[in-house]
Design a protein around this ligand. Structure first.
Ligand SMILES: Nc1ncnc2c1ncn2[C@@H]1O[C@H](COP(=O)(O)OP(=O)(O)O)[C@@H](O)[C@H]1O
Ligand SMILES: [Mg+2]
Length: 438
């Protein structure tokens, strides 16, 4: 019998815990010289009005100031964000990381808050985060497995886990990269299937509808748009939105038949659109609930400064809220139905019930951290550590996989064709031995 190379789950967990302990001791012993820098202090509170920005002094490691830090202190618990302007900061490598995490992003030259925060939090937790662009992968689909991964034309070692952060506008190529990584048995959060569901607002609602969860009445747009059929189902104002949009960019409110007519003449009919009942009670307010690994990590209320869109990226205020067990259940259940491990659930507040607006597979969290002071990357890492400890499969990038061989059936064997005959002669041979033995 060949010896199994599968690591024992409990052993993996113990060694992980040991590494964490060792790291803590190491960090306590190495005290790096620090310097003081002025940092932006921002609170998300509506009450503080435009005056919610102040400057305070914070200490940063002296060796890091060369990377042009522009520090911020976020929320009341004081999450420190060094926010390097020199992107070389985010290429640095740890000596002995606990594990490697790839963050798949659209553009590494334009790093946003989320990607920088995940990288920095990874660095502080001895987790090697690498920010990679899906467009730079070469995808070779073969039986060789991870040995085949090429990034920027060069072979690249597979990571322990992957966080796709490509938003609802993820393209065909991005989907193919995420799918490939998942097929290679790498832990991918969120999974390709869950991204596929949640990037499409109609698909999401179809899943929720099959399980009787509450959401606004929704109809997919057919072209040319039939004004009468829409007016039969909805009364004005009506929400019109792109099925795959984000940051409130593809959402509008149609006030009357005249506007609907105008819009129907100028919209791009190649992109799916949905009509939706406008939840007027919720107007400009909604709840954002953050779910990680089947647990709610926190919730905030978003309040639009003007208009009906509550998105933080549209300039809305954010404030922390307590959530009832029922609202938590609604957020967890919806994420589960979309098969998401990490989810930002948007919930509208109607007269008698909450209603799910949409679910995001790569939710931004700048507004959320500001409002709640909850350190989101830390929560993500906790969950990834759990999943790696419990679920890690053997990863031996240097060992190629073997192609599956399928024994040939007797009647498919090549036979001798007699000269001058069009008929096929039956093979005198017996079928494959291994087939016979079965
Ligand atoms: N049916 C609706 N009724 C009331 N407000 C809505 C409705 N749909 C969307 N909104 C508002 O518009 C915002 C953006 O809509 P959403 O579907 O979440 O799109 P995005 O993916 O761009 O965030 C929501 O946060 C909410 O404030
Ligand atoms: Mg939204």
């Amino acid at each position: 019998m060949e010896q199994s190379t599968q690591p024992d789950a409990t052993n993996t967990k113990v060694s992980l815990e040991q590494k964490i302990q060792d790291l803590n001791i190491e960090q306590q012993n190495t005290k790096e010289e620090e310097v003081k820098l002025a940092a932006d202090y921002t609170s998300g509170s509506e009450d503080e009005g435009e005056d919610n920005k102040r400057y305070i002094e914070i200490s940063v490691p002296k060796s890091e100031i060369i990377y042009k830090l522009k520090p911020q202190v976020i929320g009341d618990s004081g999450i420190k964000f060094y926010n390097a302007q020199d992107l070389a900061y985010y290429d640095r490598l740890l000596k002995e990381p606990l594990f490697t995490l790839w963050v798949l992003t659209a553009n590494v030259k334009k790093l946003n808050y989320v990607n920088k925060r995940i990288w920095e939090a990874g660095w502080r937790n001895n987790i090697q985060v690498r920010l990679l662009e899906t467009a730079k992968f070469d995808l070779i689909v073969s039986q060789e497995g991870v040995a085949d991964l090429l990034y920027d034309g060069k072979p690249i070692k597979a990571p322990d886990a992957v966080l796709p952060r490509l938003g609802a506008n993820i393209d065909y190529f991005g989907m193919a990269v995420v799918r490939q990584l998942e097929k290679l048995n790498i832990l991918v959060l969120n999974s390709i299937e869950s991204i596929d569901i949640s990037k499409d607002k109609l698909y999401t609602l179809q899943e929720l509808g099959a399980h009787s969860l509450p959401f606004p009445k929704t109809m997919i747009a057919r072209f040319p748009i039939d004004l009468d059929s829409i007016e039969r189902e909805f009364s004005y104002p009506i929400i019109l939105k792109k099925s795959s949009g984000s940051q409130g960019k593809g959402v509008m409110l149609v006030q009357n038949r005249e506007s609907l007519n105008d819009i129907s003449e100028m919209i791009d009919t190649t992109k799916p659109l949905i009509f939706q009942e406008y939840i007027s009670v919720s107007r400009g307010r909604d709840l954002r609930v953050f779910v990680i690994g089947g647990k709610v990590i926190g919730g905030m209320m978003r309040v639009a400064k003007k208009g009906f869109k509550a998105n933080f990226s549209q300039g809305g205020y954010v404030k922390p809220v307590k959530l009832s067990a029922a609202v938590e259940w609604l957020a967890i259940e919806s994420s589960k139905l979309c098969k998401l491990d990490i989810a930002g659930v948007d919930i509208l507040i109607d007269q008698d019930t909450y209603k799910i607006c949409e679910i995001n597979s790569s939710p931004g969290f700048q507004g959320f951290e500001l409002a709640t002071s909850i350190d989101v990357p830390e929560k993500m890492f906790d969950f990834i550590k759990l999943r790696l400890g419990l679920w890690r499969k053997t990863q031996q990038p240097s060992t190629p996989r073997h192609m599956v061989t399928i024994p040939i059936q007797a009647e498919h064997l090549l036979v001798n064709i007699p000269k001058g005959s069009n008929d096929v002669e039956q093979s005198p041979r017996t079928p494959n031995e291994h087939v016979e033995k079965k």
